[in-house]
Design a protein around this ligand. Structure first.
Ligand code: 5RP
Length: 219
């Protein structure tokens, strides 16, 4: 199976975590696109979805799924999203699609984070994938210096403005051995909107697409 087929596999597997009649949280990315397509094809009726991006909103609406504002819900039982990297504890790097801030907001509403990913996303230590950080543009130079002090090389993602009007720094060369401490520290830096380490909002479950089928990791 190629990577696209593995994404389709876990997109379909995530349907097991959808309860008909409920409002679900929906993330962003090519794996989530597979989930949205599988949901539309399944005939499962959800009451609606809280979406983490304009991209997913458009796909959900095209599939006939009602999209609700985050402010309209008190909470969600489940949030389904992909990841750029996930470690053995369920901590993730996210934001390859620049939707990390809204993803963290929707994840915060949910009791369970179900991560769907192809097997290549499972890593020993987070940091090989360039870490996305949404920032206020004015802080870019100072934040670049701060990441350099941690051994990281930050680069502004050219031409990208997030759904919130922010910019993205991609930080290469980090090895994030303590994701919770790292997230807590970087979140304090002035000008950081959201750091793409999801340790406080880590996965509860990961559906990992492998050649042998879907592996379910629980954390
Ligand atoms: C978007 C994300 C995505 O979940 C992440 O980039 C994975 O994307 P894909 O499913 O396309 O591999 O964090 O901001």
């Amino acid at each position: 199976m190629n990577q696209d087929q593995l994404k389709q596999l876990v997109g379909r597997a995530a349907l097991d975590y959808v309860t008909p009649g409920q409002i679900i949280g929906v993330g962003t990315g090519s794996t989530v696109d597979c989930f949205i397509d599988a949901l539309a094809a399944s005939g499962l009726q959800v009451a609606g979805a809280v979406s983490s991006s304009e991209r997913s909103t458009q796909r959900l609406q095209k599939a006939g799924i009602k999209v609700l504002d985050a402010a309209e819900v008190q909470g969600l039982t489940v949030y389904i999203d992909g990841a750029d990297e996930i470690d053995g504890q369920g901590c993730m790097i996210k934001g390859g699609g620049a939707a990390l801030t809204r993803e963290k907001i929707v994840a915060d509403l949910a009791e369970r984070f179900v991560c769907i990913a192809d097997g290549s996303k499972l890593v020993e230590t987070l940091g090989t994938f360039p870490l996305p950080v949404e920032i206020i543009p004015m802080a870019a130079a100072q934040l670049t210096r701060r990441f350099a002090q941690l051994g990281g090389s930050a680069q502004l993602r050219a031409g990208v403005v997030t759904d919130n009007g922010g910019h993205i720094l991609d930080v290469r060369g980090l090895s994030i051995s303590d994701p919770l401490a790292f997230e807590t520290e970087v979140n304090q830096w002035p000008g950081v909107v959201t750091v793409g380490v999801f340790a406080r909002h880590k996965a509860s479950v990961c559906l990992l697409g492998t050649a042998e089928g879907v592996k379910t990791l629980t954390f």
